[in-house]
Design a protein around this ligand. Sequence first.
Ligand SMILES: [Zn+2]
Length: 259
Amino acid sequence: MFKGAAVLAVSCGAVLAGCGTDGQAESKDAENEQIISNLVEAGFPENDIMVADGNVYVGLDAHVTLEASQEMLQSPVETQEQYRTTNTVGTSVTRICVNPTSSFNSYSRLSAGLDAAIANYNSLGLRITFQRGGSGCTANITATTMSGAGGSAGFPSGGRPYGTINIGTGLQSYSADVNEHVITHELGHAIGFRHSDYYNRNISCGSGGSEGTAGVGAILIPGTPSTATVGGSIMNSCFRSSETGEWTSSDRTALNYLY
Ligand SMILES: [Zn+2]
């Protein structure tokens, strides 16, 4: 999820060598090398794998943990058109607390966008519900900030959602609806959604090619279109300033099928 330039431009160059901070560099580098090795073995194109801020990403905004990369090797990879990763959130997870950091809460548009994104999910009557903060949840996601006007997250592993969404503070200057859209999108990654146009980012971004099909799986969800269109899904790679923040019909179909 990026508006124009990728968030991966952050601090260290988008190269396959590790670039963690000094103290943790060595073990983090070794772990990242293993993750990258797993991704390549799983068939992910090397030029779609990047390291930024010491984390490994695929498809430009999806963080991959070591555990998730290992699960990819164990799972049969399907290469149909779209939508979900091989790993999704298991049935032991029923309520997910999304816990904003104080920095996140200091940006009014981000904060309101989180409420709206949570309401989006809860409006669908899924087996998974979201709540802002609090306790009594079976899984937790931290909502924190990053630079830029995009976002990043990761994919589920071990039957659990990815534990962090990063939301760009530059979104404070975008509409409430765009904030709702981006946060809904990143939560979508955390529970297992690929980009709807992962096979051709040019559709929503105006440039770019395929994110690859194999690394995290790209499994067509029954009842959804196999081709993406501008504005056709909240899970398109890039957003427009005119986004409404609301689900499309195929988003609803996909969520109702999975959860
Ligand atoms: Zn995304």
